[in-house]
Design a protein around this ligand. Structure first.
Ligand code: FAD
Length: 473
């Protein structure tokens, strides 16, 4: 078998054919584990496995690690292609940042995001100060107190490190829940803008269990959630996580087949060259949609589990300009009642002024999930024109056109896994052990929660489960 890898990172030799049967009596240091996917979930799993002594190889189809956490340089300005911030309730992520020696690189985001209604910006709820703003009238604020009571009643099931525990709340969508217990106004101006602007989801396709979990996390500090970025952007975190691993970039896995023994053979391509790698155990840390293709021999029940996970879409337009924008907010969320097209606009230099040279600025516009899906056949040029025209109409003070230096458009076909009604029941099935196999574990934000913290937790837990099985526990 011809084996090849186009780029690699870290120690070790090129891919080799190896033969290790699975012996649970074998020391962990003799076990080879292949991790598929170098997003934060895969990298966190690899780190945990390696520190337990396993010989770990990470295979990543892209030319850089990080998956949906990528910081790009556009005309000297730092732009986040995927994740934009870390939040103060990401306890494991922040611990990992410290373990990696990056605590000094964290930068607190100084301003809140805001919802735009009729040309006026209102600080993002949940935040105690936001409760005082007139985004919605007093009658609707009273309706919100019902939500606070519900959160208190269900508190024991709302654990951001164990989403499956909320499965008993996975009965109606956010839209159905809000219409029955809150108000249309609260749905459209308080709940929908962050769901769309942060996750690219619609309240009709989001479980109320997710809403409760997000609110619980967001309300955990009375003064409001604190958000962080890093000195060089969040790509700094994934670069540090990826360092020193046996990481093979440009290596796309095509299938994973059982055997030899109790292990697996991982088949793929690096450039035009096929490779095959045998392993005692495998962690599949891709998006859920990839799993049925990688494991064509899965039984119907497991295949249905992965196939049921759907993803929102978005498109990013980054526009670099000659002078700085007003510094009132780091991000604007757009209610769908105001625009069906745009979900959000962010100003990276408000998060961290070092993200652009002093004489430049950048604004990042995001299409809503629904618009990105409906307009996916449109050319880049048409999409960019539409997005800029919408911004001009909604917030003319942020129109970049008169000062524009350059712009770039990026499409994201799989942005966030949808935590729709039914997903928490799927997570409960996963937590009960109904999906994994002895030497095969799964990781990703669709299992741990739709954010960096969820992906990291899922990766570390996948590693712990595999280590337990490899040790014969
Ligand atoms: C636009 C956007 C904004 C976001 N904002 C935030 C935010 O502000 N804060 C936050 O905490 N989270 C945010 N997120 C979510 C966060 O980025 C994700 O939850 C997290 O990065 C998911 O990590 P993961 O490892 O599970 O998946 P991924 O990052 O998708 O990693 C999977 C990896 O597997 C690789 N892969 C797939 N198939 C194969 C194959 N066949 N062979 C080899 N490799 C393969 C992929 O290339 C990828 O690198 C955002 C996401 C997006 C898209």
């Amino acid at each position: 078998m011809l084996c090849a890898i186009i780029r690699r990172n870290g120690a070790g030799s090129g891919l080799r054919q190896t033969r290790y049967g699975l012996h649970t009596t074998m020391a962990i240091s003799e076990q080879r584990v292949v991790v598929i996917g170098a997003g934060v979930a895969g990298l966190a799993a690899a780190r945990r496995l390696r520190s337990a002594g396993a010989r770990v190889t990470v295979l990543e189809r892209a030319s850089a690690p990080g998956g949906r956490v990528q910081t790009l340089l556009v005309e000297g300005c730092r732009v986040e292609l995927g994740a934009e911030f870390l939040a103060d309730f990401y306890s494991r992520t922040l611990e990992l940042v410290r373990e990696l020696g990056l605590a000094g690189e964290l930068r607190r985001i100084p301003r809140s995001a805001a919802t735009l209604r009729a040309g006026r910006l209102y600080p993002l709820w949940p935040n105690a100060a936001a409760a005082l703003t007139p985004l919605v009238g007093p009658r609707h604020k009273v309706a919100l107190s019902y939500l606070v009571g519900a959160l208190a009643r269900h508190g024991s099931r709302l654990d951001t490190h164990a989403f499956h525990k909320a499965y008993t709340l996975d009965d109606v969508s956010v839209a159905e829940y809000a219409r029955a217990h809150l108000s249309e106004e609260v749905l459209e101006y308080v709940l929908q803008p962050p769901l769309s602007g942060i996750f690219y989801w619609a309240p009709e396709r989001t479980s109320r269990a997710l809403l409760f979990l997000a609110l619980r996390a967001g309300l955990s500090r009375p003064a409001g959630m604190r958000l962080y970025t890093m000195r060089e952007g969040l790509g700094q975190l994934t670069a540090a996580l990826a360092a020193d691993h046996d990481l093979r970039l440009g290596a796309e896995v095509e299938t994973v087949t059982p055997g030899p023994g109790a292990g697996y053979t991982v088949h793929g391509r690096a450039g035009n060259l096929p490779f095959a790698l045998t392993a005692d155990a495998v962690v599949v840390a891709t998006t859920a949609s990839v799993v049925p293709r990688l494991l064509p021999w899965l039984d119907d029940r497991r295949r249905a589990f992965f196939s049921a996970v759907t993803y929102s879409m978005t498109t990013l337009l980054a526009v670099v300009v000659r002078e700085r924008f007003p510094r009132v907010t780091y991000g604007m969320l757009f209610p769908r009642r105001e625009t069906p097209f745009l979900a959000a606009a962010t100003l990276p230099t408000v998060k961290n002024s070092g993200f652009a040279p002093p004489d430049r600025d950048v604004i990042c516009l995001r299409l809503s999930g629904r618009a990105a899906a409906a307009l996916r056949e449109c050319s880049d040029e048409t999409l960019a024109c539409l997005m800029l025209a919408e911004l001009r109409r909604l917030a003319p003070g942020f129109d970049p056109a008169p000062r524009r230096l350059s712009q770039r458009l990026y499409r994201c076909a799989e942005a966030l896994p949808e935590f729709d009604v039914g997903h928490f029941h799927r997570l409960q099935a996963f937590a009960s052990g109904a999906i994994e196999m002895p030497a095969l574990a799964f990781a990703g934000d669709y299992l741990g929660g739709p954010f960096i913290e969820g992906a990291i937790i899922s990766g570390e837990r996948a590693a712990d489960r595999l280590l337990g099985r490899l040790r014969g526990a």
